[in-house]
Design a protein. Structure first.
Length: 580
């Protein structure tokens, strides 16, 4: 853009050179400057101008800009060319350059109101309000019958805190179009800023006098009383709304808010519930009113969540055919009653199955609740609707793994990898699960390949580090590598009994029984005492540390916990360690 300024400046300077002077005659009056071009230059100008227009319409703005610059070389007094260049600058969001270019358009064509309107808008964009005001003052002076220009000027005065000028300008507009809601409410705001509350009340009452059957105007008056903490008169104004429209939800919300300001919680919920019964009031409006309540903003000490649940029940009854009402309820229940939240998600999906985010929320909740049969059924259904959604393929695979349907799980995980695109996190998780699935299918080499790919994506994936290490130890393969991986896993999550058990088992397989005993005891202390597998491993490690009786105690404990391993029974029977 700086290059353009330099070029334009050069063109204008060259305007005084002899070669141009011979072809352009300039006529100047008090208001504008006009060029008279020779027929040859007129043809050149028209060609460049219309070619620039064509390129602009085709979206090739850089080339279009070059053609308009060529036009200015021929006629440096073309306000229209500056206007076109300004629009190109606006498209590039270079508003300062656009303002400078358009200033030339206005200077050259002061009678063109479109140039001035755009320049005024650019001054506003560039936060130069005084210049915007000056521009619109000229527009209003030149076009006094334009209500639009008068309104914009009033707003500019208001934004610039020229309050009395804003009031005077709004009054001019009001004389032209009559009493108007927008004008009166803007004047109300200004009077409040000026500390003239009496005049603010006068403006709203003027609206009411003009249309005494419009409920919203009594709402405006009530809000003004509420702002001034005159709760009695605020309530009277809101009750007037209900006299005109007995089911008006906004009227009830306003009454509820008045009671809230007075800390009358019981009355608040009574009015709030009645507001929700308004079938004509948009669901989004009702939910926006619920949000502060859900976030605890106004009810930090309010404990009766049953009342809130009743409000949501009412919301779903009134909007029983709108899936969003059930989604809002489910989101509220997520951290309070997960099974109840799941019920609401399912109701929402019975109405609208086209929202993938809704399916995802339900599936995550089912995983959290361990409802893998439901997850299996739901993901099977959703994949008929969104077969290329990688996350749904992953969820299906997870459910299939829980059902030990490893072939189906593998198929969906492979599908998911095809659709995952650049989502490395998702790809890493899929490779991790494929590692588990391939191991369950007896394909150790394939399993380890997928674990390697998962770790290439995230070398701190503790689940993969643990599983990869454990399966290597089970097969007595690369035990040094297994120890490095599980050591890293423990560094990342030191108090996990499962990971400590794996570490102990790798040490056991490496013949470092004393170290293994120390680690397995840490696993027992961190909750491993509840795992029959960890308890059995504890017995194995004790045996290798020549503590046979202690080993027998742990083996029998594992058996009593439900361990049905045939090898475990042989250990107890033979009173010695038996390798699997």
């Amino acid at each position: 853009m700086k290059n353009l300024y330099w070029l334009l400046a050069l063109v204008i300077c060259l305007g005084g050179c002899k070669s141009v002077k011979n072809t352009v005659t300039v006529k100047q009056n008090l208001d504008s400057k006009v060029s008279f071009l020779s027929p040859q230059n007129k043809r050149k100008f028209d060609y460049f101008f219309y070619e620039g227009q064509r390129l602009k319409m085709n979206g090739d703005l850089n080339k279009a800009k070059n053609y308009f610059v060529e036009c200015l070389k021929i006629d440096s007094l073309s306000g229209t060319c500056y206007f076109e260049l300004a629009n190109i600058a606006i498209a590039a969001k270079n508003y300062k350059a656009a303002q400078d270019l358009l200033s030339n358009s206005v200077r050259l064509s002061p009678d063109n109101k479109w140039f001035q309107i755009l320049l005024g808008d650019l001054y506003q964009q560039n936060k130069d309000i005084p210049k915007a005001i000056a521009t619109y003052e000229k527009l209003v002076a030149r076009f006094p019958d334009s209500d639009e220009f008068t309104y914009v000027l009033a707003q500019l005065y208001q934004n610039n805190k020229d309050y009395q000028k804003a009031i005077d300008t709004y009054n001019v507009l009001e004389k032209s179009i009559g009493i108007n809601e927008t004008i009166s409410t803007e004047k109300e705001k200004i009077y409040l800023e000026m500390g003239k509350e009496g005049l603010a009340y006068k403006e709203i009452n003027k609206l009411i006098d003009d249309n005494p059957y419009e409920p919203r105007y009594y709402g405006f008056l009530g809000d003004l009383y509420l702002y001034n903490k005159n709760y009695t008169k605020a309530e009277q104004s809101y009750l007037k709304i209900l006299q005109l429209d007995e089911g008006n939800g906004m009227g009830y919300f306003s009454l509820a808010n008045t009671k809230l300001k007075q800390a009358d919680t019981t009355a608040y919920f009574t009015y709030f519930a009645k507001a929700l019964d308004d079938k004509d009031l948009a669901l989004e409006v009702k939910f926006q009113r619920l949000l502060p309540l859900l976030m605890g903003k106004d009810f930090a000490t309010y404990k009766d969540t049953n009342v809130v649940a009743e409000l949501f029940d009412r919301l779903t009854i009134v909007h029983k055919d709108d899936a969003r009402s059930y989604v809002y309820y489910a989101n509220y229940l997520q951290n309070r009653d997960k099974p109840a939240a799941l019920v609401q998600y399912k109701k929402a999906l019975s109405i609208d199955k086209s929202n993938p985010a809704l399916w995802q929320d339900m599936f995550l909740l089912e995983i959290d609740l361990g409802l893998f049969e439901d997850l299996y059924t739901g993901t099977d259904e959703v994949l008929s609707i969104f077969p290329e959604e990688p996350l749904f393929n992953l969820f299906y695979a997870l459910a299939a793994m829980q059902k030990e349907e490893y072939i189906h799980a593998k198929e969906k995980l492979q599908n998911g990898l095809e659709y995952a695109g650049d989502n490395l996190t998702l790809k890493g998780q899929m490779h991790a699960y494929l590692g588990d699935v391939e191991h369950s299918l007896g394909n150790s080499d394939e399993s380890f390949k997928h674990y390697e790919k998962a770790l290439e994506i995230d070398d701190n994936n503790v689940v993969v580090l643990n599983n990869y290490s454990y399966y290597l130890s089970v097969e007595n393969k690369e035990l040094e590598k297994a120890e490095k991986m599980i050591s890293k896993c423990i560094e990342l999550e030191s108090g996990n009994a499962t990971y400590l058990d794996t570490y102990a088992w790798v040490l056991f397989k490496r013949g470092r029984f004393f170290e293994a005993k120390y680690i397995i005891e840490r696993a027992i202390d961190n909750g491993g005492v509840d795992s029959d597998v960890i308890v059995e491993h504890y017995g194995d490690i004790l045996f290798m540390n020549n503590k046979v009786e202690d080993a027998l105690i742990q083996w029998k404990k594992s058996l009593d916990m439900g361990n049905e391993s045939v090898v475990l029974k042989r250990k107890i029977e033979l009173k010695k360690y038996v390798a699997e």
